[in-house]
Each structure stands twice: as structure tokens, then as C-alpha cells.
Write a protein that binds this ligand. Structure first.
Ligand SMILES: *Cc1c(COP(=O)(O)O)cnc(C)c1O
Length: 227
């Protein structure tokens, strides 16, 4: 049986050096995170604010970089702002405004990605281009001083159809390029394209991903019932 550290080393041997690997540890226990950490993994992803803040507190490892990847409610923002490395899932100006407010309270600038809706499923959160345009042109957005927009994130459809997955990733790369050119041309911080999970990370990298978020092929299947 392969171990968590085997899985990490195997994956790292297959991904280019310039692509960041976020190990998605949601629902998995602290001991599994420590196994991955001892194998050299430093970026971890969680999708629930309270689970993330309690794991952060319990682990007490300052060199772990925590990524928030799930839908974030505005009333939970305060729990993660003191320590978060990157929030991948900003999907509204309201959320971004609260991240900015809590970041100011904590005297920091928080790195954020704008999540785009690229999948065919209705349920996935994220901006579309017209919502994005409206936000970018608003004075409220221009006044935010404690957030740094570092790029975009998206999730492909849950399907076996690799052509569909590839075209959705390609679409997200085009969105990234368009936004970069229109709003962030002189801003080196806008450089991250977060796409790719256990089942599609290799397609995502071929289409230009700079950050993959991988859970099950590192930690095994998630058992939501036991949580
Ligand atoms: C759970 C999750 C992942 C990881 O999914 P796997 O299929 O287990 O790799 C990646 N991104 C997001 C947003 C997630 O919620």
C-alpha cells in the first residue's frame, strides 16, 4: 500500500517545478497532514473556515502555507485572515470587501484569486465576465487597499469528457489573459491560474495552470460521514 509521502513524491516527480501543489486536506485528520508535511509538503488547502482555523491552531507550524479553496461566507472571514496564504475562492465584491475589512484590522494585505464559473453545472460558485467587469469598474473595488488580486481560479465540470474539461480550462486561461491585459498589465502579482484536481491536474497543467489543488490521490477518499 502506498503512503501519503509516496503519493506526494510520485506527484511531485510528475509536475513541473514552476507549478505549485496544494495538498487538499479537508476532512482528513491532523496525522495525515503531518505525514505530508514530513514529506516536504508546505501548501495545504481546506474548504471550511472553522476546520481550517482549528487545524491551524492544533498544528502550530508557522511554515505551513494555508490555502482557502471553498465557498467562503462573509461571517467566517475573520477566522482565517490572521494566517491565510491565499484565498482561491473570491466570488463577490461583498466577500472581497469583508476580506479587505478584516485584513485592515489585522494590519495585513491578503492574497486573493477571483473564482470563475467555467463548469456546466449550475451549483459551482464564481463570477462570469460581466459580473467581473461591473466589479472592476466600481469605486468600491478601487478603494480596497488590503487585498491583492493574484489571479483566477476555476473548477471544470465533473465529467469523464476530457475534451469538455480541456475546453473549460482553456476558457479559464483566456479569462486570465483578458483580465491581465485589461486590468493588471503593470501588476506582477497577478500571475496565478489555479486549476486542476485529482482527476484532471495533468490536463490543467497542459492548459497553463500554475497551482493545482489535489486531495484524494494524496490522502485517499474522503469519508464525509465520519465528520
Ligand atoms: C475538494 C477540492 C479539491 C480537491 O479535490 P480532489 O478531487 O480530491 O483532488 C480541489 N479544489 C476544490 C475547490 C475542492 O473543493
Amino acid at each position: 500500500m502506498s503512503t501519503i509521502s509516496d503519493n506526494i513524491n510520485e506527484l511531485k516527480s510528475q509536475i513541473p517545478k514552476n507549478v505549485k501543489l496544494v495538498a487538499v486536506s479537508k476532512t482528513h485528520p491532523i496525522v495525515d497532514i503531518i505525514d505530508a508535511y514530513n514529506a516536504g509538503q508546505v501548501h495545504f488547502g481546506e474548504n471550511k473556515a472553522q476546520e481550517l482555523s482549528s487545524k491551524h491552531e492544533e498544528l502550530k507550524k508557522d511554515d505551513i502555507k494555508w490555502h482557502f479553496i471553498g465557498h467562503l461566507q462573509t461571517n467566517k472571514v475573520k477566522y482565517i485572515i490572521p494566517f491565510i496564504e491565499l484565498i482561491h475562492s473570491v466570488d463577490s465584491l461583498k466577500l472581497l470587501t469583508e476580506i479587505n475589512r478584516q485584513s485592515a484590522i489585522n494590519n495585513r494585505i491578503t492574497n486573493c484569486l477571483l473564482q470563475f464559473h467555467i463548469a456546466t453545472e449550475e451549483t459551482k460558485f464564481g463570477f462570469n465576465i460581466s459580473e467581473l467587469t461591473e466589479m472592476m469598474n466600481s469605486q468600491e473595488f478601487k478603494d480596497l487597499k488590503n487585498v491583492c488580486i493574484c489571479g483566477v481560479m476555476g473548477m471544470a465540470s465533473f465529467t469523464e469528457d476530457v475534451d469538455l474539461i480541456r475546453s473549460e480550462f482553456r476558457g479559464l486561461k483566456e479569462i486570465f489573459d483578458t483580465i491581465k491585459e485589461k486590468y493588471f498589465l503593470k501588476n506582477d502579482s497577478f500571475c496565478e491560474l489555479s486549476m486542476g484536481m485529482s482527476s484532471d491536474w495533468n490536463i490543467a497543467i497542459e492548459e497553463g495552470s500554475t497551482i493545482i489543488r489535489v486531495g484524494s490521490i494524496i490522502f485517499g477518499n474522503r469519508n464525509y460521514n465520519s465528520n
